[in-house]
Ligand binder design. Structure first.
Ligand SMILES: [Zn+2]
Length: 1019
């Protein structure tokens, strides 16, 4: 790390040096900006405002010459006109409305400011971007954008380097700043209001240099729904002194902190709006503001392992900009500014990372906030935060009074230093922007691959289209082959050449290893080709490729998921093609959204639709509420086609309506003159509830999001609603209790009932808290009444679906007979994709689900199953059996000394070998008084398990694996007339595991027939 910092310095010096000898000399000793930070003596300052800046800053060294004054303007209003005080004033957090009002006042008052709307949130709140630059730049925005567009897509200038150099000398870069994506990290909006003012008004040479040469683009609030709620909550806290107050339960409509993990799946509006803005403005940087580390942690540089799909040019830029930032702020006398740190730079899921994966520069600050409060508080830090280390030579102080103003000072100073650095070195960064864009295009023929191909003969066209639509949201170009074609593929197997959704067992792989070096694969016309010779090829490659995190990597604490291979998570195949001839295949760019073909073929009273696991099948069930739909319990053939188990047979829908709906949903129906002779059961539109606690609502939000996207109606209920509803069956058929934090006991107990009630409620005091989830008091949990109600719900025939966290609750409280939970033990998994295997493909839960599907495991958790209460059983796990200590070798038997060898009649039968996913058979003496023996029809039924250890890892980190391999991961546990369906993996996660959604959807659609295809033990 030290050596890279040194290298960055050398690069910087030589580049500045190219402008001339005087610059070269200055660069050795002076700030990277040729201008000294500080006010212009010829511009008056706003005395009152400046006095308050000093008053609200708790120590003089928490100020810098860049922010210790506010320039005065006769025409442009300061933030105080809206705030009633200065930015960063104690106890003042503005709503989005106030922030936008101020930005629009700036727009009106200054030709240097322009506000644009960039879309809305899930709850319909507006998102904006504020552009600030000199009058000349603002007047020439369109010409500038046109120039930047040529650098962003070098194909448009025929990859002409000379032309790019010319443009880089003329154009102004765009630096995009995004604030408060994490709502309790609440300081950025006021810092950005004041920064916008300074950029528009300040005549100091330092700021003028920025304004004249760079366009600053600001989205002051990324998570607008959460912003308005955190302000509600803070105001409630201020209005109720002495009372305890709830944490911010809901940030965005669906997820909390995970809104900063959506840059792969692009499911949230905020992610889409920010990327569209970045791409539309042809920006060079996304700089995202967070507040959880004292005092300013520039985590841009981060730690290894770096994302493997990025151009090294950008990782070098991180080093240059980051160390410059530390150096300059240290020079300005601000303590606690550092880079490097504990953030690994592997996952491309973070908002700011969209710049890195789209040829720009990703940046992120953690400054120090007071956790959603605008109060000035005494803050004591831990020794790990205040120790001096090689990368933090001037660490934060052990104990200080900390104010919102301090935070705003650090945010603005850091940003101004960064803006100045990019403005002063704009030619370099624009050259790099071009170079990175060009190398992303050349990648097809340099490092490869040339393309990914998604065949038109896929068995899951709907899911394939979903995957391609994610790429389209990422602004990746998708093409469609206009004729059949062939490519040569390496025949050698191995992880680097595997293809999504097509797990090959190791025997096959070994066989192909010894065969010829290449093989030819043909694709039909209409197959999709994702060309890698395009500017945004890196995000396509990063999402479609495999990830490998070495178990012995020096980075011991991955910051987030380690594997995400989209084709695997979606259960569709994307063939990685290195053969550059694929680029010559006749093809057309797809212009609209990729959609699967659909509609009904033929005529007849019954329409069959193959269950291929496309999620639109579940949408269809709810769209045609009154239709008669049946599930085939066995595979069958009809209309000259093969249909999987679970396929839909639909009656009583007008032909035109069914044709229209299946066309819209991309489902292929085949009308039959008569129903096939196959056993069926009804597929009813179950009445679904999604149940949540009042302590952990983050990860279940992805389940709600998926249900909403699929248009599956549900009631969103809390554990308190369940406690208050004795007859749950009267209202719901299926209760989904998604992934949740906290212990099983805390789900029942809730929060301590000490002190005051804590409302989470839409009220005049808290108008932005949604009516869709509210309570007078978040403290009570499920309680014993709720537990009892759930117990009866299942017993009477209801289906309860549980996931990591909630599965432990179901097991602990006896709702899942014969099921136990296994941790990964010594094995290591951190957000990895692991291979699964179908155990019981006759279970309705497995309908349409492919064997060998990759599933998302957070930490390697799995289940154990038994036909006895309390677990255990007779038998031994497969593999080398343990023998007791004694004479002989590992495979010998012990010999008792001093007596003859055992006669056969004394020898017990060898225990049967039991695989980890099997129920151990019962022994005669266990049946003598079978008190704890679960009756056959009440025993757990394993639907899915992890694969064997040698095939277990799909993508990401797997250390060891013996405590994970082969173990059950999806289990149907009957309880009286109902079922508890348990997941140890997360089937619905961040929009990236589309291939496993149907495990949950099947439980919903077949809720009253989950026993279909079940084989019962005789005793
Ligand atoms: Zn954050």
């Amino acid at each position: 790390m030290r050596s890279s910092a040194f290298a960055a310095g050398v690069v910087l010096l030589s580049l500045l040096g190219s402008d001339g000898a005087s610059n070269f000399l200055r660069a050795q000793a002076a700030p990277a900006s040729p201008f000294t930070p500080g006010r212009s003596p010829s511009q008056p300052i706003d005395e009152a405002y400046t006095r308050k800046i000093r008053e609200y800053t708790t120590e003089p060294f928490f100020l810098s010459p860049l922010v210790d004054y506010l320039p005065a303007s006769k025409t442009v209003p300061t933030p105080s006109v809206v705030l009633g005080d200065i930015a960063g004033a104690p106890n003042k957090l503005p709503y989005s409305k106030e922030v936008y009002e101020y930005m629009r006042l700036l727009d009106k008052a200054s030709p240097r400011v322009q506000v644009v709307s960039i879309g809305t949130t899930e709850e319909g709140r507006e998102m904006i971007a504020v552009a600030i630059a000199s009058e000349a730049l603002m007047a020439g925005l369109e010409q500038n954008r046109a120039m930047l567009a040529k650098l962003a897509d070098p194909r448009t200038i025929g990859m002409n380097d000379a032309e790019a150099t010319r443009i880089a000398g003329l154009a102004a870069p765009v630096y995009y700043i995004t604030g408060t994506i994490h709502s309790p990290e609440a300081g950025a909006p006021t810092a950005l209001m004041e920064l916008a003012y300074r950029l528009a008004v300040d005549e100091s040479p330092y700021v003028k240099n920025i304004r004249d040469h760079l366009i600053t683009l600001i989205t002051p609030i990324v998570e607008v729904d959460g912003r308005d709620r955190v302000v509600d909550l803070f105001k409630w806290h201020m209005a109720h002194p002495g009372e305890t107050w709830p944490g911010l339960l809901y940030w965005g409509h669906y997820v909390a902190h995970d809104n900063n993990r959506d840059a792969m799946g692009m499911t949230l509006k905020l992610t889409q709006n920010v990327l569209n803005t970045y791409v539309d403005w042809k920006a060079q940087v996304i700089h995202d503001l967070h507040e959880s580390v004292p005092y300013l942690y520039d985590n841009t540089i981060g730690d290894g392992p770096y994302n493997a799909w990025l151009d090294p040019l950008v990782t070098n830029e991180w080093q240059m900009i980051g160390w410059n930032n530390v150096q300059e702020m240290t020079r300005l006398g601000m303590p606690g500014v550092f880079a490097f740190g504990n953030f690994d730079t592997w996952s491309p899921g973070y908002l700011m990372f969209m710049a890195a994966t789209h040829n720009g520069i990703s940046r992120l600050y953690e400054t120090f906030g007071n956790g959603g409060s605008a109060e000035t508080l005494e803050r004591t830090l831990s020794p790990s935060e205040t120790s001096r280390t090689w990368y933090r030579q001037n660490p934060p102080l052990p104990k200080v009074m900390w104010s919102l103003r301090n935070n705003n000072n650090y945010e603005q100073t850091g940003l101004l230093v960064s803006l100045s650095y990019i403005a002063s070195n704009r030619r370099l960064f624009l050259q790099n922007f071009y170079e990175k864009s060009k190398r992303s295009i050349l990648k097809a023929k340099t490092e490869g691959p040339a393309a990914y191909v998604l065949s038109a003969d896929t068995r899951r066209p709907g899911t394939q289209a979903e995957l391609l639509r994610v790429l389209q949201k990422q602004h990746v170009e998708v093409s469609s082959a206009s004729a059949p074609f062939s490519v040569s593929l390496p025949a050698r197997g191995g992880a680097d050449r595997r293809t999504g959704g097509q797990a090959v067992d190791s025997a096959t792989r070994r066989a192909s290893d010894s065969a010829s070096k290449t093989t030819t694969r043909s694709f039909p016309a209409g197959s999709y080709i994702v060309r890698i010779d395009q500017p945004y090829s890196r995000i396509a490659d990063a999402l479609l490729d495999y990830q490998y995190w070495a178990p012995n990597d020096p980075q011991r604490t991955p910051y987030d998921d380690t594997g995400w291979t989209f084709p695997e998570g979606f259960g569709v195949e994307a063939v990685r093609v290195v053969d550059a001839k694929v680029l010559d295949v006749p093809m057309q760019r797809v212009t609209g959204e990729v959609r699967a073909p659909g509609g009904v073929t033929g005529s007849g009273p019954v329409v069959a639709i193959n269950h291929n696991g496309d999620n639109a099948l579940a949408t269809l069930r709810y769209r045609l509420k009154t239709a008669d739909m049946q599930a085939a319990e066995e595979p069958f053939e009809a209309a000259g086609r093969k249909f999987n188990r679970g396929s839909f047979l639909i009656r009583n829908v007008p032909a035109a309506e069914l044709d229209q709906t299946t066309r819209e949903l991309g489902l292929a129906g085949y009308a039959l003159s008569q129903a096939p002779s196959v056993k069926t059961h009804p597929l009813r539109a179950a009445r679904v509830a999604v149940m949540h606690t009042w302590t952990s609502t983050q990860t279940e939000g992805w389940w709600r999001q998926a249900l909403d996207v699929m248009q599956i109606p549900y009631d969103y209920i809390s554990v308190q609603d369940v406690a208050a509803t004795p007859d749950l069956n009267a209202r719901w058929d299926v209760i989904l209790f998604g992934p949740t934090g906290g212990s099983p006991q805390s789900i029942v107990a809730g929060l301590p009932m000490w002190r005051n009630p804590m409302p989470w409620k839409n009220s005049p005091e808290t108008p932005n808290i949604g009516t869709w989830a509210q309570t007078d008091d978040i403290r009570p949990g499920l309680g014993f009444a709720g537990l009892s109600n759930l117990w009866h719900f299942v017993s009477r025939g209801g289906v309860l679906v549980v996931a990591p966290g909630s599965a432990a609750f179901a097991v602990q409280f006896g709702l899942a007979n014969g099921v136990g939970i296994n941790s990964a033990g010594q094995s290591r998994v951190v957000g990895s994709l692991l291979r699964s295997r179908l155990v019981d493909d006759a279970s309705p839960i497995a309908y349409g689900v492919i064997d060998s599907l990759a599933v998302l495991s957070e930490d390697g958790e799995s289940f154990s199953v038994s036909n006895r209460l309390g677990g255990g059983g007779f038998g031994r796990f497969a593999g080398p059996a343990g023998r007791p200590t004694g004479r002989g070798t590992a495979s010998d038997g012990d010999v008792v000394q001093g007596r003859p060898a055992l006669e056969p009649r004394f020898e017990a039968a060898t225990p049967p070998t039991v695989e980890p996913w099997q129920l151990a058979p019962l022994q005669e003496d266990q049946m003598r008084n079978p008190l704890n023996i679960i009756p056959p029809d009440q025993r757990p039924r394993v639907v899915l398990r992890f694969s064997a250890q040698r095939d277990l890892l799909v993508s990401g980190l797997l250390g060891g694996g013996s405590e994970i391999a082969d173990r059950p991961i999806v289990v149907d546990a009957p309880k009286d007339k109902g079922h508890v369906v348990l997941f140890s993996i997360n089937p619905i996660y961040r929009g990236t595991t589309i291939g496993s959604y149907f495990l949950v959807l099947n439980a919903i659609l077949n809720f009253d027939n989950l026993n279909a295809g079940r084989k019962l033990d005789v005793r």
